[in-house]
Design a protein around this ligand. Structure first.
Ligand SMILES: [Zn+2]
Ligand SMILES: [Zn+2]
Length: 131
């Protein structure tokens, strides 16, 4: 009986972590510099139904994202730039609002500097997981 209980417990953990792995995450992003008033929210990843690419549009001065249904093909980038810091090629996508280019933010950890004042002063507060 005890074995069945631990089996069910492990199964439950697997189901929950699986759900977290496929769900998108939303964060409130606030600059904590006194001279800067930047605050916005960003959604990263996707859910069961859709996927998305998120980034910061310098033209719109806000986080933007392109979403598509999971079964549809991933939208093609409008170009690539070479990042000399990482040596990697970074795909560039068109902003859905203004059409200007933005680069993808893959992980919330990659978001370290404020897009407005450029200081390493961002607070990222997890808001919710969604699907
Ligand atoms: Zn834009
Ligand atoms: Zn700032």
């Amino acid at each position: 009986m005890k074995n069945l209980r631990s089996f069910l417990f492990i199964a439950l953990i697997l189901i929950v972590s699986e759900t977290l792995a496929v769900a998108g995450s939303s964060y409130a992003v606030v600059c904590n510099s006194i001279t800067c008033d930047f605050s916005d929210s960003i959604c990263l990843g996707g859910g069961f139904i859709f996927h998305q690419i998120s980034g910061y549009c310098t033209e719109c001065q806000q986080f933007v994202s392109i979403t598509w249904r999971r079964l549809e093909p991933k939208p093609a980038p409008i170009g690539h730039v070479w990042d000399s810091l990482s040596g990697a090629q970074q795909p560039i996508y068109a902003c859905p609002n203004c059409g200007k280019p933005f680069s993808e933010i893959k992980e919330i950890e990659d978001l370290t500097h404020c897009p407005k004042c450029h200081k390493p002063s961002l607070d990222k507060i997890p808001m919710m997981l969604y699907d």
